[in-house]
Design a protein around this ligand. Structure first.
Ligand code: NAP
Ligand code: ZN
Ligand code: ZN
Length: 347
């Protein structure tokens, strides 16, 4: 066992505090990673506050992890000591269900093993990236291309792949009209990636306060959803809408913006339901879909795509003792556009 520094939630209602946790010994197929940077995802907040259901405390969250390989097990062949690597939202899966065999570990029928707040094979609860080290089986460790600045790479492991996967799956590209709802951590990556794929990109944000940023990051158009004229002007416009909003919204209003045969993909994960009227779908043969992160193969593809296109998240680097304040700013939509913890401040 390795005792390491971490930042943990003691309960659903208390601030996160500095503590220590145990990491398992490095097994034959394991990689020990010295974590350098860890992104703050809105899912971390949903989880520690119990919004997705009860969890065990204390809990360390964080599933946007980059670091350096410090040790490898005897059977490890894909990573070497000193490599720049990343870990995203899952650290294992059953490996034998139809989806795992098809390489879709993110849709494992038994539920993939989340990087935090999940039950690991040894019965312990997984603890995430707000810590100095993590031990992960080699197949769930990604390679971070040298050309991506390391302090900006972490958010790609969740925000990057969660937007890349549906954009690729629903064929965003030249000639397609894509809307991104919500310009936070996921949304701003969706704008950059959809633009790089060649789509015509529109941001639908609560206000126009981030319009200049949106256009600079690659959007062609930017609208405020607080303005009712937006929904009239854009009716029937989009082939694909990616909704990244962390709260419940009137999904029927957004469905009305889809063209015939268009798809609205929900990646935002509010705890409240998103009621859909049948007639929002029927008239124009529209689809309402969901998408969960991406597979390991897609995550590596996304990292390589971002390296090739010079894409990196817009980040604000913070020290570990700023995490609680960062949470409040995320909840207030005051994030530009992803907080990243400098893990050196946890040592
Ligand atoms: P975030 O940085 O907080 O961004 C969410 C954005 O949604 C905000 O910046 C804001 O954008 C908009 N928004 C927030 N509250 C709103 C409200 N009440 N009404 C309308 N718009 C609102 O969060 P994130 O880290 O990108 O995560 C977004 C959601 O995706 C979370 O629910 C998270 O759990 C989920 N998620 C899902 C997956 C998956 O695999 N499906 C993976 C990662 C995260 P504007 O200011 O531009 O309006
Ligand atoms: Zn996430
Ligand atoms: Zn499986």
């Amino acid at each position: 066992m390795l005792t390491v520094n971490a930042y943990a939630a003691p309960s659903a209602t208390e601030p996160l505090v500095k503590t220590t946790i145990e990491r398992r010994d490095v097994g034959a197929q394991d990689v020990l990673i010295e974590i350098k940077y860890s992104g703050i995802c809105h899912s971390d907040i949903h989880t520690v506050r119990g919004e997705w259901g009860q969890i065990a405390y204390p809990q360390v969250v964080g599933h946007e992890i980059v670091g350096i390989v410090a040790e490898v097990g005897s059977d490890v062949t894909t990573h070497r000591v000193g490599d720049r690597v990343g870990v995203g939202c899952m650290v294992n899966s059953c490996r034998e269900c139809v989806n795992c065999l098809a390489g879709k570990q993110n849709y494992c029928l038994k539920g993939n093993t989340g990087t935090y707040a999940a039950t690991d094979v040894d019965g312990t609860i997984t603890q995430g990236g707000y810590s100095t080290h993590i031990v992960v089986v080699e197949d769930f460790v990604l390679k971070v291309p040298e050309s991506i600045p390391f302090e900006k790479a972490a958010p790609l492991l969740c925000a990057g792949v969660t937007t890349y996967s549906p954009l690729a799956h629903w064929n965003a590209g030249p000639g397609s009209r894509v809307a991104i709802v919500g310009m936070g951590g996921l949304g701003h990556m969706g704008v950059k990636i959809a633009h790089a794929m060649g789509a015509e990109v529109t941001v639908l944000s609560q206000s126009l306060s981030k319009k200049d940023d949106g256009l600079r990051l690659g959007a062609d158009h930017y609208y405020a959803t607080s303005d009712p004229a937006t929904f009239a002007d854009l009716a029937g416009r989009f082939d694909l809408i990616i909704n990244t909003v962390s709260a419940s919204v009137d999904i029927n209003a957004y469905l009305s913006l889809l063209a015939a045969d268009g798809t609205l993909v929900n990646v935002g994960a509010p705890s409240e339901p998103l009621p859909v009227r049948a007639f929002s779908l029927i008239g124009m043969r529209r689809s309402f879909a969901g998408s969960n992160i991406g597979s390991i193969e897609e995550t590596q593809q996304m990292l390589d795509f971002c390296a090739e296109h010079g894409i990196a998240p817009e980040t604000e680097l913070v020290s570990a003792d700023y995490i609680n304040e960062a949470y409040e700013r995320v909840l207030a939509s005051d994030v530009r556009y992803r907080f990243v913890i400098d893990v050196a401040t946890l040592v």
